[in-house]
Design a protein around this ligand. Structure first.
Ligand code: NZQ
Ligand code: ZN
Length: 387
C-alpha cells in the first residue's frame, strides 16, 4: 500500500427532503449567489422552485445562469463568469448533474481570476482562489458533487479538457435521490457506466498489486452500480435503487477508491473526452464503448487483473487468466447491452474512418494529463477494438 493523503472537505447532506438545507448552507458562505442550472429538467421536476424557495427563506439573493448543456461549453461558462463579476456574487449554487456542477466550479474560479478560465485547463495558470460552491445533485454519474475536478469543452479548438484543484471541492452537496426519479433511462444507464468506469480506471491502472482493501471496495462499487442501475431502469421511482446508485457514483470518484494505489491513470476518459469533444456524445455512452476497447487492448498485459475482477464480480470460473479475462470482457459487454448502452463506435454514430482524427484529438489532453504514453498510434489501436 502506497502512502496517501485522503482529505475530502465536502459536506454531504443525503436523503429525502434535504433540498431545503441548500439555503441555510449557502447563506453560511454568502448573501448573493449565482444559480447555475441546465436546460430545463430542474424547472420541470420542481427542484428549481424548491431550491430558490430555500435560498430566499435563508436570505440569499440569487441571479440565475441557466442553459448549461451536457458536455458544458467554454462560451457559456465565460458568460457565467461575466454575470458573477458584474453582480459581485459571493457564492455559486449548482443545481443539476455533472455538467452543471462542473460549469459552476469553473465559474467560481473564473469569477476571482483576471485571465480567461481556459488557461486553467491548459495548465498555463494555477488556481489561487475561488468562490464557494454549493450543489444540489440531480443525476447520479460524474461524482463532481464530491470531488475537485471539472471538465469543459472549448468549442473553438474542439478540445474537452479536465483539471482539478483542492480549492474546488464543493463546500456542501445535497444528494436527495428523489430528484433523480425523473432521469430518463438512457441517462440512468450512462451515469452507472460513468461510475463503473471511474472505478475501473483506478482498478486496472493501479501500480500497487497488493491492495485488497481498495480492491474489495472497488469491486463492491462496480457490483452496486450494475445492480442499482437495473433497479432504476425497472422502476425509476425506486427510492433505494436511486439512493444506492447516487451514493455509489459519488464514492466512485471522491478520492477514496484511489487511496494507497500509487500512481493511477485515467486513459479511458482521455479517449472518451475526444469522442465527446468531436461528436458531443453523452459521456457515459462514450465510456461504454471505450471501456470495452481498452479492456480488449489490454486483455493480455492485464489478464490477471481483469480475470480477478471477473472472478469476484461475474463469478468467472476459468482458471486460465486470458480465458477468464476474455469471459469478463464478454460479461461486461452483455451487461452494457442489457441496459441499452452502446457497445461500438458504430452504435455511437462515429465512423471507423474517423479513428485517426479522434486519436489525434486526444494528444492535447494526454500532454496536459501527463499520459504521453497514449500516443495517437496507441489511442487509434485501442479505438480499433471499439469498432
Ligand atoms: O440540462 P437538463 O435539462 O438539466 O438535462 C440534463 C441533461 O440533458 C439531464 N438531467 C439531469 N438531471 C436530471 C435530468 N433529466 C431529468 N431529471 C433529472 N433529475 O441529464 C442530461 C445529462 O446531464 P449531465 O449533467 O450532462 O450528465 P452527467 O451528470 O453525466 O455529467 C456529464 C459531465 O460530467 C463530466 C463529463 O465530462 C460531462 O461533461 N465529468 C465530470 C467529472 C468530474 N467533475 O469529476 C468526472 C467525470 O468523469 C466526467 O468527465
Ligand atoms: Zn467520467
Amino acid at each position: 500500500m502506497h502512502n496517501f493523503v485522503f482529505h475530502n472537505p465536502t459536506k454531504i447532506l443525503f436523503g429525502r427532503d434535504t433540498i431545503g438545507a441548500i439555503g441555510p448552507e449557502t447563506k453560511a458562505w454568502g448573501n448573493k449567489a449565482l444559480l447555475v442550472y441546465g436546460r430545463g429538467s430542474v424547472r420541470r421536476n420542481g427542484v428549481f422552485d424548491r431550491v430558490t424557495a430555500s435560498l430566499e427563506a435563508a436570505g440569499v439573493e440569487w441571479i440565475e445562469h441557466g442553459g448549461v448543456c451536457s458536455n458544458p461549453l467554454l462560451s457559456h461558462v465565460r458568460e457565467g463568469v461575466r454575470l458573477a463579476k458584474a453582480n459581485s456574487v459571493e457564492a455559486i449554487v449548482a443545481v443539476g448533474g455533472g455538467s452543471v456542477i462542473d460549469a459552476a466550479k469553473v465559474v467560481a474560479v473564473g469569477a476571482v481570476a483576471e485571465h480567461d478560465v481556459w488557461k486553467f485547463f491548459t495548465g498555463k495558470k494555477g488556481v489561487k482562489a475561488t468562490l464557494p460552491v454549493t450543489t444540489v445533485l440531480t443525476l447520479a454519474a460524474s461524482g463532481s458533487e464530491m470531488n475537485s475536478g471539472m471538465v469543459l469543452t472549448n468549442e473553438e479548438t474542439r478540445e474537452k479538457f479536465g483539471f482539478g484543484h483542492r480549492l474546488l471541492f464543493p463546500k456542501v452537496s445535497v444528494l436527495d435521490p428523489e430528484t433523480t426519479f425523473t432521469v430518463p433511462p438512457e441517462y440512468t444507464t450512462y451515469g452507472a457506466v460513468d461510475a463503473i468506469s471511474h472505478v475501473l480506471e483506478f482498478y486496472l491502472t493501479a501500480s500497487d498489486p497488493d491492495s485488497p482493501v481498495q480492491d474489495r471496495l472497488m469491486e463492491g462499487l462496480i457490483e452496486n452500480a450494475m445492480a442499482a442501475c437495473k433497479r432504476c431502469l425497472t422502476d425509476p421511482c425506486d427510492y433505494n435503487g436511486r439512493a444506492n446508485l447516487m451514493w455509489t457514483a459519488t464514492l466512485a470518484l471522491n478520492g477514496l477508491t484511489a487511496a494507497g494505489l500509487g500512481r493511477v491513470g485515467f486513459p479511458m476518459h482521455l479517449i472518451e473526452h475526444s469522442l465527446s469533444a468531436l461528436y458531443n456524445v453523452p459521456h457515459g455512452a462514450g465510456l461504454a464503448v471505450v471501456m470495452l476497447g481498452w479492456l480488449r487492448a489490454h486483455r493480455q498485459s492485464l489478464a490477471e487483473r481483469i480475470a480477478g475482477l471477473g472472478r469476484r464480480v461475474f463469478g468467472i470460473a476459468a482458471r486460465d487468466a486470458e480465458a477468464a479475462a476474455d469471459q469478463t470482457i464478454e460479461c461486461l459487454r452483455q451487461w452494457l447491452q442489457s441496459v441499452n448502452a452502446p457497445v461500438s463506435l458504430e452504435q455511437l454514430g462515429v465512423p471507423a474512418s474517423d479513428i485517426p482524427a479522434v486519436a489525434a484529438n486526444a494528444k492535447g489532453l494526454a500532454r496536459v494529463w501527463r499520459l504521453q504514453e497514449y500516443t495517437p498510434e496507441r489511442v487509434a489501436a485501442i479505438l480499433e477494438f471499439c469498432r
